[in-house]
Design a protein around this ligand. Structure first.
Ligand code: UDP
Length: 238
């Protein structure tokens, strides 16, 4: 298959949990910095980078902590959690000398920029890493859908989904040693077999807008850059 070097503008989606290290909750600064270094190494290739970070390390609308709360309120709390993660990533990236903008789907002008599509595109052209926060701004969605939506709006050529494993498996590789990794898989097969890539609305949106999803391991040092240079293992969903 063709190497991924053809990508000039990409979306990196990571879950909030990717930032918590072994703590089980919240932000683990050395882990945030490690991921920021991975992003920086890709930025140095000249690739324009969008990021969406989840909020599950702090709050999730459907989590236990939300019990009894109205769903929409809990979802807004989840969206606020993603803003905190975005600010942590911004701080780590800027500590490494990478210019960034945090762009929120919900206005909070003292903290970050509001989302204005043309302005965000301009930031990318100026090689600023754009971190899209507050999900889609709507309850009942996830940050996977936000990543797919922003990737489509920004004209990203691919969505990189950083996970704990190096691709999509037919069953959980942590539980089943005989789990098989897909090299490539279609959107429809992901939906039919309910494979763990992204939630169904995100997959459908990626399919309808022709955005390939590259599932790779964030734990592999240099993995993100490697794939952009045509190396490494990953699963291509297309
Ligand atoms: N959320 C939302 N709308 C969005 C994106 C996120 O309501 O467009 C809320 C939702 O409650 C979700 C939480 O924010 O559970 C955190 O996002 P997500 O679960 O996608 O984070 P991740 O699992 O990637 O860490």
């Amino acid at each position: 298959r063709a190497p991924a070097t053809k990508y000039r503008r990409v979306m990196l989606k990571i879950s909030g949990e990717a930032l918590m290290g072994d703590q089980g909750y919240g932000l683990h600064p050395p882990t945030v910095e490690r991921i920021a270094r991975e992003v920086k190494s890709v930025h140095e290739l000249g690739v324009e980078i969008c990021m969406v970070i989840g909020g599950g390390n702090i709050f999730r609308g459907l989590s236990g902590a939300a019990q009894g709360m109205e769903r929409t309120t809990a979802d807004y709390m989840g969206m606020l959690a993603t803003v905190m993660n975005a600010l942590a990533m911004q701080s780590a990236l800027e500590g490494l000398g990478v210019f960034t903008r945090v762009i929120s789907a919900i206005r909070m002008d003292e903290i970050c920029e509001p989302y204005i599509r043309r302005r965000a595109v301009r930031h990318l052209e100026k090689k600023r890493v754009c971190i899209f926060a507050a999900g889609t701004g709507n309850p009942y969605f996830t940050t996977d859908t936000a990543a797919t939506l922003r990737a489509s709006e920004m004209g990203c050529e691919a969505i990189f989904k950083g996970t704990k494993v190096d691709g999509v498996y037919d069953k959980d590789p942590a539980k089943f040693p005989d789990a098989k990794r897909y090299d490539e898989v279609s959107y429809d097969e992901v939906l039919q077999k309910n494979l763990k890539v992204m939630d169904a609305s995100a997959i459908a949106l990626a399919r309808d807008n022709d955005k390939p999803i590259i599932v790779f391991s964030l734990d592999e040092p240099g993995g993100f850059r490697g794939i952009l240079s045509g190396e490494g293992t990953y699963t291509l969903v297309h």
